[in-house]
Design a protein around this ligand. Structure first.
Ligand code: ADP
Ligand code: ZN
Length: 599
């Protein structure tokens, strides 16, 4: 009986046919009155876990969400589906506040969004205590934990919720939580014998590709042109300067690209964010400052031009692609400089040794995923302690299993050069000696007389960089001085120097081939789809909404397939609930009808 009603809310209001992953179990757990922790990957559909119960329950559902900037979008999205919602936060004018309170008192509102600092401020909590509260949902719940990677001090006070609403079940939601963080969340929030639901972390629609950096702008430009013409995506870089430079170069190559980083003015950032939310083919080049505020479900690609610091960050950043479940690309280039730069940043901070140890481990895992010759998805899922098949057939290593070769002789050449130059130089110099460079310094130091001088002439610089990188990653060598980035030998190198060990490497030519080939079969586009996109854009403009709030790409694709001719048929389209059907069916049906009669 209950399940039937829940299904009908899902269908009628949100236009979805079935619950996904653990959605239904999570909702039932809350409706039984049990505190619940829900761990679901980004794009898994966490919102439904509190929006559906909000409509089922008599009282109001309080949603605690860290970003005030997202609240108005979330409320607009709900209103567009015919759900009455509002928010209370410190940015509102007194009039807006009063209006929201009045609506809440009248009993009309089903969901109210509040920030973590807001909920614990006397004013708001006293006010809410006088209402009938059915559920408290805490979004991005990993922020309560110091173990998580986005700790927010405001969140730690949320344990106080149990004093304010002792009889109301709490639902905590997050996309990232290892065992330690999980335990911390339930503890900090003082949850009573909670139910914990963990959904698979797999994002099967995302294709992972990691390439050697050659000419990164050229590589990126080719990647976008081949796979993502007209699509929206994000390009992440480490520094503000690089963000600006890359964005400029992309614009020169004809992409509608904007820079985003914390050093820009408020207006510039708002402009970039707004364009990103409202336009159809935008490439945002950003530092990681761009992220938390992204709700857009149809980001088709996330590209990294610099290596993230950890697998957690990589997974979170790439996870912003394809939240609508349609094919998307996570694409990255990296090279020796990334390894050196990140290690240097880490070793030269003043942080505590324990912190450095953890950070070093995280960086190592990130490097392993780059260097692996096996399935990248399998590696990612294992990292998050999830079993998965050894092959996913949707990452570059599965699709192009590169041959490996034994690079032991080349590794020996590098190791001997480091040894014979007395472990006093950086990678660039070692390569100079190997390749017999005429660099004056080499002669000055008499290194042109060494037996290793020029023994690597036959290979390119990047070949030697790759060997050095792999030697670093596998801990045969280390960086001895961060100031001069000098390379030194580790004990482990002895065996390799003697030639007693294999040194397996991927064949580089493979990666070159992947770079120039179509990376993911982007979703099919036909004329009708393009027409419907135009209709969507007009409606969005008229109503002051982002296009995806009118309908997601998935709904448009569904329309192209189903070709609905009536309102009843229009309701069969994924994402069409009764409210959107009322509002938008006429315009879309007309467009579809024109298309059918033409063809
Ligand atoms: P999360 O917060 O977990 O990242 P969202 O709640 O934003 O994800 O949902 C991601 C997308 O999945 C949205 O476009 C949403 O409409 C869609 N979605 C959620 N639940 C379902 C479902 N049961 N069936 C189909 N689509 C769904
Ligand atoms: Zn794979």
């Amino acid at each position: 009986m209950r399940n039937e009603r829940l299904h009908s809310i899902l269908k009628e209001t949100f236009g979805h046919q079935e619950f996904r992953l653990e959605q239904l179990n999570i909702i039932n757990s809350i409706l039984d009155g049990t505190d619940t922790l829900a761990i679901m990957p980004t794009g898994g559909g966490k919102s439904m876990c509190f929006q559906v119960p909000a409509l089922y329950l008599d009282g109001v559902t309080v949603v605690i969400s860290p970003l005030i900037s997202l609240m108005s979008d979330q409320v607009a999205n709900l209103s567009n589906n015919g759900v009455s919602a509002c928010y209370l936060n410190s940015n509102q004018s007194p009039e807006e506040k009063a209006e929201a309170r009045e609506r809440l008192l009248s009993g009309e509102v089903k969901l109210v969004y509040v920030s973590p600092e807001g909920i614990l401020s006397g004013g708001i909590s006293n006010f809410l205590q006088n209402l009938n509260i059915g559920l408290v949902a805490i979004d991005e719940a990993h922020c309560v934990s110091q173990w998580g990677h986005e700790f927010r001090p405001d969140y730690t006070r949320l344990g106080g919720l149990k004093d304010i609403f002792p009889d109301v079940p709490i639902l905590a939601l997050t996309a990232t939580a290892d065992e330690k963080t999980r335990a911390d969340i339930t503890h900090q929030l003082r949850m009573n014998t909670p139910n914990i639901f963990i959904s698979s972390f797999d994002r099967a629609n995302i294709k992972y590709t990691i390439l050697e950096r050659e000419d990164e702008i050229k590589q990126l430009d080719e990647f976008i042109n081949k796979n993502h013409k007209g699509d929206t995506g994000i390009v992440y870089c480490l520094s503000r300067r690089k963000v600006e430079a890359v964005s400029k170069k992309l614009r020169e190559r004809g992409h509608q690209s904007y820079a985003y980083h914390a050093g820009l003015t408020r207006e510039q950032r708002d402009f970039a964010q707004k364009t990103f939310s409202n336009e159809e083919n935008v490439v945002i080049v950003a530092t990681i400052a761009f992220g938390m505020g992204i709700d857009r479900p149809d980001v088709r690609f996330v590209a990294h031009l610099d290596l993230p610091k950890s697998v957690e960050s990589y997974y979170q950043e790439t996870g912003r692609a394809g939240r609508d479940g349609l094919p998307a690309n996570a694409w990255m280039v990296y090279g020796l400089q990334d390894v050196i730069k990140l290690s240097q940043m880490l070793e030269t901070t003043e942080a505590h040794e324990n912190y450095k140890k953890v950070a070093r481990g995280k960086l190592d895992s990130m490097l392993s995923i780059c260097e692996t010759t096996k399935c990248r998805r399998n590696f990612l899922l294992q990292y998050f302690e999830e079993d998965s098949p050894e092959q996913c057939d949707n990452c570059d290593t599965c699709l192009h299993p590169g041959e490996t070769w034994d690079g032991r002789v080349d590794a020996q050449k590098v190791l001997s050069t480091i040894y014979r130059t007395e472990q006093r130089y950086g990678a660039g110099y070692i390569v100079d000696v190997l390749r017999g460079s005429k660099n004056a310094k080499v002669e000055e130091r008499g290194h042109d007389k060494l037996s290793v001088y020029g023994i690597g002439k036959g290979e390119t610089k990047s070949h030697w960089n790759l060997i050095i990188r792999q030697l670093l990653n596998l801990k045969y060598i280390c960086i001895k001085s961060w100031e001069y980035r000098t390379l030194g030998l580790m004990k482990k190198s002895e065996n390799l120097l003697k030639g007693n060990e294999e040194f397996l490497l991927k064949k580089r030519k493979i990666t070159l081939r992947v770079a120039t080939e179509k990376v993911a079969s982007s979703h099919e586009r036909n004329d009708l789809f393009e027409e419907l996109r135009k209709v969507r854009k007009v409606i969005a403009k008229e109503n002051g909404l982002a296009p995806y709030m009118v309908f997601g790409d998935k709904s448009l694709h569904d329309m192209c397939q189903i070709l609905p001719r009536s309102k009843d048929e229009f309701l069969m389209v994924n994402g069409v609930g009764s409210s959107k059907c009322e509002k938008y069916s006429d315009v879309f049906l007309k467009e579809i009808n024109t298309y059918i009669s033409k063809s």
